[in-house]
Structure formats: structure tokens, C-alpha cells
Design a protein around this ligand. Structure first.
Ligand code: UD1
Ligand code: CA
Length: 493
């Protein structure tokens, strides 16, 4: 028998969470890029639980859909169990047990869907302590300055755990106790099944209390142990949005510290937010105001920030991204992005490429060393390696009904202020003249010019703007310097 892996984890998530004041079920509110319940499911999986079951009731379909999708994505085989109208944590666990194999033996850990910082390591340590003590029940406890409305741990004269008394049922003396029930436990499966059947609803709240199992197990001769946890955040639950923000901040700090210990520089942890699944290579520098979200991956020796938000992006080694927003975009090794760039889905910037200031890209494959440096929209574009796109170029990809593609060949050069009316193709090694509105293909080695030829009309200002400063300036400019007036010679001193 493995003494670290629980045989099953039951996650309680049937409660209503009314204090969130939300149409979204409480356990689906995210921190660090994952819903609260996702954190609980991953902790269970990380501890190597053979079986995981989530007990649901409030908004059950929505929560069940999430469990199925999230379990599939992270390969967490997870059952769901419906709690009936009998209330209480004891009833919830009973319903969870019904979803597990009837012959399941060993250690069952009970956790909660709204306690996101509980780690897989803590579940493992709890399971090990429980197994080594050959306990019937081991409850995770903490000693708090202010024990609030938590259930209190009542110990006997010898210091052994006797029972848990709920705050609402506690005497004044019991309310003085500062050791509290975190609501996380390891149970011997047989004891749990047997004693839950003996739990009544005879208490202040008329609920079936899971906590009653401890006293019953002890009365039946079992050992009831406590696993005292110093890291209070790990057992802190979310009841409202103030706690959601507080736990989100602590989770973020923990994620940042993990990256810093692994060799990532984070200049200002207070203004940096990194989701739990983001990966960052060694010696990368994260500058203030940066958010790295979703499944973003950053290579080594890159510089990200200041003021960068990347969601589900991939950034290569040595790349630099500053003051930019990106979503589902790829930035190649050694490439530079920003400042003030907007990389939309399907952007793929090649190695050592450049996306510069005030540039928006979408579904744009930009080759190695290619540059889109200034004031450009590149949508539905393929830009060959080494090509250069001049300032103010617009890839006009949308005709009002359909989107079309533009191809710019390798090492080609598009002059400034060009409109590329898609679909259109510029071959490898071609030029497009500045100010063109290109509608037709340009072949290899050609210069494409698509604009009106310039005409200069003599005397137009004198004829149409007589008496204006413009006309005076024109006259002065047209007068030869040899016949300069005293006024204009003063000007030239
Ligand atoms: C419970 C404990 C209390 C402990 C506290 C820690 C009991 C009787 N009391 O308090 O000693 O200090 O947790 O937070 O167990 N849930 C269900 N179905 C239910 C009721 C609750 O699934 O019928 C779930 C909730 O969604 C939540 C968890 O169980 O995730 C705890 O419920 P909550 O009402 O917050 O805890 P209490 O019962 O007040
Ligand atoms: Ca609670």
C-alpha cells in the first residue's frame, strides 16, 4: 500500500456561495487563470489520488460541464456526485461515497472546491501522517489569532483530539479555543462509511455534520489525529469577492516566487501577474506592469515589459516585448515587439523579426528577420523572410463580406503609406512604391507603382489665393535674391 497517495479525494462543492452575489457558481470564479474548483481538482490529481469525486448541487449542470471539460483537459479522471436535499457536509460526503466503488478501502481525503491554495504536497503529507499514525481520522487544523466562526478542535486532558464543535453549537468556553477545523481531513474509508450512517441532524443548524464522524470514530476505539498546518493560506476558503481577490494575490505571489527561485528576474512583483500555467525560461527579465496569462510560454533570456499583457502566447529565447497586448500569438527567438503593438490571434513573428510601434497584426505570418516597424495593420498576411513593410502600410483584407490574403515575398520592400488590396501578391525580391494602392500582383524584381502621377500647375496660388500669406510667400520665394528688398535682406541676416 502506498502511504502518500490517497485512495480517493472527495471535493465538496455543493454549497450555494450566496455571498459571491454572482450568477456564476462560486467554484467557477477564477484566480491565477484557473477556476477555484480547477485548483482543487489539480491538487487532488497532483497528490496521485486514484479516484476523485466532486459533490455538486447548486447550479449542478454548469459545474458538472466544467468538471468534465477541465478533467479532460488536464487528464484528471473525475466523477461527479449529486447531493440531495439533506443538508450538511456529512451528507455531502455520504453522496460522494456513493459515487465511489463500494469496495474502495484505504484513505479518503476530503477537501473543498472553494479552497484554492491547498497544495498537492499538503494532501500527500496529510495522507502520510494519517497512514503512519494508523488513524481513523486525521483533521487538518490551524491555530488562529481570531478563530471567527470556524469549528473548534476540542482536545482532552492528554492533548488528543476529542471532537469538533461547530461555532453555533459551542459553549462560551469552547469558543475561546483558537485551534480550528480547516474542513480538510483524511479518513479511513471503512470508518467514514460506517460512522456517517450514525450521524444525525440533531444540532443548531439541523444539518448532517461531517465533523460528528470524529467523535463517533473515537467512541468506536479509533485514533483521531490532528495535522496542524502553519501555512494558513492553504486552508483559507473563498466566500466573497474580497477573499477571492485576497487569495488571488497570495497565489500570484507564490507563482512569482517559484519563477524567481527558478532564475527569472521579476523587477516589480507588486505590478506583475502571472497565471499558474505560464512557463518562463531562465534569465528572462519581467519588467513592471506585466501580465502573463493562460498557457503563455516565454523562452530564456527574453525581456518582457514594461506594460505587456500576453494571453496564450509563445515567446522565443532572447525576444523583447514592450508595451504590447498579445493573444494567441507567437514571437520568434530574438524578435522585438513594441512599444504599442497589438498582436491578435494567428500572429507568428519569425526569429529576429520586428513588429514595431502602433502596429496591429492578425493571422499574419511574418518571416525570419522581416520587419513591420511602424503604424501598420497586417491582417491575413504572409510576409516573407527579410521583407520590410514601410510606415503606414495597410493590408486591406476585408471587402465587407469576405477576408482575403496578401502575400509579400522574401526580401521585398513595401514603400510607406501603401494599401495592399487583398487578395494581392508581391513576389520575392520586389518593390512597391510609396503611396501605392496595390490591386495587382508585382513580379520578382519589379517595382510596382499604383498611384496617380504628379502634375504641378504653374500660377495656381496667384490665380486662386491672391492676397493670402501663402501668395506672399510664393512671390517672395519666386523673386531672385539679387533684387531682394530691404525687408527680406534683414530677414536673411
Ligand atoms: C465547515 C465545518 C467547520 C469548519 C469549516 C471550515 C462542518 C459541519 N463544519 O463549516 O467545522 O471550520 O467548514 O471552512 O463540516 N458543502 C456541501 N454541501 C453541504 C454543505 C457544504 O457540499 O450541504 C460544501 C460547501 O460547498 C463548502 C464546504 O462544504 O465547500 C464547507 O461548507 P461551509 O458551509 O462553508 O462550511 P461550514 O459547514 O460552515
Ligand atoms: Ca466555509
Amino acid at each position: 500500500m502506498n502511504d502518500v497517495r490517497p485512495d480517493a479525494v472527495i471535493i465538496l462543492a455543493a454549497g450555494e456561495g450566496t455571498r459571491m452575489k454572482s450568477t456564476l457558481p462560486k467554484v467557477l470564479h477564477p484566480i491565477g487563470g484557473a477556476p477555484l474548483l480547477g485548483h482543487a481538482m489539480r491538487a487532488a490529481a497532483g497528490a496521485g489520488a486514484s479516484e476523485t469525486v466532486v459533490v455538486i448541487r447548486h447550479q449542478r449542470d454548469r459545474v458538472a460541464d466544467f468538471i468534465a471539460a477541465y478533467g479532460e483537459r488536464w487528464q484528471i479522471p473525475c466523477r461527479t456526485a449529486d447531493q440531495d436535499e439533506v443538508k450538511g457536509t456529512g451528507r455531502a460526503v455520504e453522496c460522494g461515497l456513493e459515487a465511489l466503488p463500494a469496495d474502495l478501502t484505504g484513505t479518503i481525503v476530503v477537501t473543498m472546491g472553494d479552497v484554492p491554495l491547498l497544495s498537492a504536497e499538503t494532501i500527500s503529507e496529510l495522507t502520510r501522517a494519517h497512514t503512519q499514525a494508523q488513524a481513523a481520522v486525521t483533521v487538518v487544523t490551524s491555530v488562529l489569532e481570531d478563530a471567527k466562526a470556524y469549528g473548534r478542535i476540542v482536545r482532552d486532558a492528554a492533548g488528543n483530539v476529542e471532537r469538533i464543535v461547530e461555532f453555533k453549537d459551542a459553549s462560551e468556553g469552547e469558543r475561546e479555543i483558537r485551534e480550528i477545523n480547516s474542513g480538510i481531513y483524511a479518513f479511513d474509508a471503512a470508518v467514514l462509511r460506517r460512522e456517517l450512517a450514525n450521524v444525525t441532524t440533531d444540532n443548531a443548524q439541523g444539518e448532517k455534520y461531517l465533523t460528528d464522524v470524529l467523535e463517533l470514530a473515537r467512541a468506536a476505539g479509533g485514533t483521531v489525529a490532528a495535522h496542524v498546518l502553519d501555512d494558513l493560506w492553504q486552508t483559507e476558503g473563498v466566500n466573497d469577492r474580497v477573499q477571492l481577490a485576497g487569495l488571488g494575490k497570495v497565489l500570484n505571489q507564490r507563482v512569482l516566487e517559484r519563477h524567481m527561485r527558478a532564475g527569472v528576474t521579476i523587477v516589480d512583483p507588486d505590478s506583475t501577474w502571472i497565471d499558474v500555467d505560464v512557463t518562463i525560461g531562465q534569465d528572462t527579465r519581467i519588467l513592471p506592469g506585466t501580465q502573463l496569462l493562460g498557457a503563455t510560454t516565454i523562452g530564456a533570456e527574453a525581456t518582457i515589459g514594461p506594460d505587456v499583457t500576453l494571453t496564450d502566447c509563445e515567446v522565443g529565447d532572447g525576444a523583447e516585448v514592450k508595451r504590447a497586448e498579445g493573444h494567441l500569438a507567437v514571437v520568434g527567438a530574438g524578435a522585438t515587439v513594441g512599444p504599442f503593438s497589438y498582436l491578435r490571434p494567428g500572429t507568428e513573428l519569425g526569429a529576429k523579426g520586428k513588429i514595431g510601434g502602433f502596429v496591429e497584426t492578425k493571422n499574419a505570418k511574418i518571416g525570419d528577420g522581416a520587419k513591420v516597424p511602424h503604424l501598420t495593420y497586417a491582417g491575413d498576411a504572409i510576409i516573407g523572410e527579410g521583407a520590410n513593410i514601410g510606415a503606414g502600410t495597410i493590408f486591406a483584407n476585408y471587402d465587407g463580406v469576405n477576408k482575403h490574403q496578401t502575400v509579400i515575398g522574401k526580401h521585398s520592400f513595401v514603400g510607406s503609406d501603401t494599401v495592399l488590396v487583398a487578395p494581392v501578391e508581391v513576389a520575392d525580391g520586389a518593390y512597391v512604391a510609396a503611396g501605392s494602392a496595390l490591386t495587382d500582383a508585382v513580379g520578382p524584381g519589379q517595382l510596382g507603382i499604383a498611384r496617380g502621377r504628379q502634375r504641378n500647375i504653374d500660377g495656381w496660388v496667384a490665380a486662386h489665393r491672391a492676397g493670402t500669406p501663402t501668395e506672399a510667400a510664393a512671390r517672395a520665394a519666386a523673386t531672385p535674391p539679387s533684387s531682394a528688398t530691404p525687408d527680406s535682406s534683414e530677414d536673411s541676416q
